[in-house]
Ligand binder design. Sequence first.
Ligand code: 5GP
Length: 117
Amino acid sequence: AQTQTPGPTIFDKIISKEIKADIIYEDELCLAFNDIAPQAPVHFLVIPKRCIPRLQDTSSHDKELLGHLMLVARSLGAARAPGGWRLVVNNGRDGAQSVYHLHVHVLGGRQMGWPPG
Ligand code: 5GP
């Protein structure tokens, strides 16, 4: 069950430019911007413009959009973190999701540990 009330999040205000963000890429389907609290030298988020709360809320109808987010993350990751990078999608409470607007974290610029805590 969803633990968060549905509706607009801070990311909608970033999409509408009501709130400023360090935007690094934008197209008709998605937006990428640097995370306000970076956990690595490179840490940005790729989000769909359409509000989908969690990855769990997607279906086979979203294949194209989900593939697009992955390919944008891939291109920006390759350009900004040539040594490699990590994609993270936190889903729901136990996944430590805090903003209920689907987002792909791209982290790089340092050696990552595994497994994550
Ligand atoms: P989650 O924990 O939901 O996977 O990640 C949400 C991410 O959004 C966090 O890494 C957090 O630092 C980032 N974030 C939250 N609010 C803002 C904001 O207003 N601007 C930016 N650029 N990032 C934000």
